[in-house]
Design a protein around this ligand. Sequence first.
Ligand code: GLC
Length: 751
Amino acid sequence: MPNAAPIRSEAPQARSAPDLPRGAQAGTPEGIEALIAAMTLEEKAGQLTIMPAALAPSLANAANPEAISGTPSQQEQAVREGRLGGVFNGDSADWHRRMQHVAVHESRLGIPLLFAADVIHGFRTIFPVPLAEAAAFDPELARRTARAAAEEATAVGLAWNFAPMVDVSRDARWGRGVEGAGEDVLLGSLLAAARVEGFQGARLDDADAMLATPKHLAAYGAAAGGLDYAGADVSERTLREVYFPPFQSAFGAGALSTMAAFNDVAGVPCHANSWLMKDVLRGEWDFEGFVVSDYTGDFELIAHGLAEDERDAARLAFAGGVDMSMSSALYARFLPDLVRAGEVDEAEVDASVRRVLKLKAALGLFEDPFNRLAPARTEKGHAPTHRELAREAARKSLVLLKNEGGLLPLARSAKIALIGPFAAGHDHLNGPWVLFGDPRQATSVEDGLRAAMADPQALTVAAGCAAEAEIAGGIDEAVSAARAADVVVLVVGEGERMSGEAQSRLDIGLPEPQRALVEAVRAVGKPTVLILKCGRAMTLDPASEASKALLVAWFLGVETGGALADVLFGDHAPSGRLPVSFPRHVAQSPFHYDRKITGRPPLSLQHGEEFKARYRESLNLSAWPFGHGLTYGDVAYADLDAGAGRMAWDGSLEVAATITNRGAREAEELVQLYIHDRAASVTRPIRQLKGFKRVTLAPGASERVAFTLTRADLTFVGPDLTWIAEPGRFTVWIAPSAETGVEGEFELLKP
Ligand code: GLC
């Protein structure tokens, strides 16, 4: 870690600034120029420095190890001397008010501070983790939960959110997929924009607006081996087709900051990658916001083997387009000297400072530095309606993989054995990136079920084992509970510290103690519902897989128990769909539905085909495909109609199919549209999601569901690395998942 010395004053006494603009005037373009002209190099470097808040909750410090924050008074002194432009992951409104007062009234220039935080899926009210929420395939829901999170977080003065995480994630070994929207580019792009809109609200200078930060630029999810922080050796075509679009969508929605990724891309660390941060981000995308380092990502250029020392790391990061340094203090310590030595152009420093000051103005902080810190707003805390929203989001995040014999929904009168390390208690319900919520506020699985049962005493709870350890006598207790029950509900999977940052796994199955528990309980032979809590796609052992019902519950947040009860007892039908493919084996990683077909695809699902793209042990297929999810209905797809089967070069094509609910209950179905480009000048994915619609069907009802395709849906990054379309034949599906559906074809005609 960088030298932990807090930022000290070493500069010559700055000139006094009585004639400089203050308040709103300082935030005008003229005011900003006047400030920049008056600033010392140290003050400029201070505006490009953000540090972990010296006053922060313990969970926040746990998320940012070795945080360099000094004491609150040391940080106040750094602010007083203009050496610090913001702090992050604090949640004390009082201390934020104190710090803002020091910045505005006790520093030479009176520039307000930025208070930032990682508000990934809720602040006090914790919503489902982003990967869970992605299973709802509902951008409007994502916008709503982000908006609620911003309302709560801004009430303690936070104006900048290090979210949404928009990294496409295709490798279940990587632990940070939990924070994103899964493996698909379209879904990821739609959710990125929705979350930005939710965090930022109507106007950035509203008191409840948070500046959004689509992160981590770029290809963080392509870490080699699924190993967090490892390099992403991806082609420029893959960057442009897969990893860039969610960022472009987020910027299109108005995001004005972004965060560099820890990894290198094809050998060049993102924190020193001027092609990425200048040529692409600013040159191609006209991005006018600012780039912040990810934590000590600038300092880490030494470990990457690019920088000789801390001073060199500061130089390379700044030259690479990182405007602001987080946590390392390298800019505060070295930027002035680098400018004086002529190694960094002061005009470039001014440009970065200008971006930061413009955003402080856009957030209304010059106009009213305390606009988010009004005492009345702090008391508001989190509205009861946010819990209702959390329960709705949690319900919609549940994915029913299997429901043999219609075991679900359960009768409220049933005698239930609730077994597993996550059956009771408040731990492991919120997920790995929760810094400000109180886990004790969450409704446990046990509490949720008891509250919904006819006789709460008809529920017996047995942990059986811990998340990753045995409990003496635990299995015996669980087996006897199963014997005495009509139905078993097993709650197994990952603890909340088993995914998230630096939590890459070699084995994405259940930890051994849980496998043994499932095996023993399943041997009792009672009908079993297996609820899988996880922050990633997982592989299931045969005993787990054989459960009559399988429900993926991710990390659902504060309303875990209530949402599970709503669905298990049938008040609401499950409607979630997998935003990530569940592979058959971890060795298939990275595994995703939109993979390339290869020159030797297996021609059938029969085993034994020689010399085909398959493993000895298995075809390269999923255990559960992207887009899969059952409801309590029985839904059939038929009669795909692609009209004349031709799309004019500048025309469109309507594709439709008939969806029928053959079940006895109302069904909510996510109808998905996929295409495959059969012949193009570069290889194309087996399938690509191009649209989805949610339909609700009464028992016995049918509906013709139609989508309209245009040439824009058929583009790809061609040989010259630009987006193109090519005439030719396409296969099209309307489907309930990426591996099924009704199929047709059409042709894109020449211009
Ligand atoms: C972490 C994460 C990043 C987060 C930052 C500040 O290391 O990579 O997503 O925003 O540090 O907490």
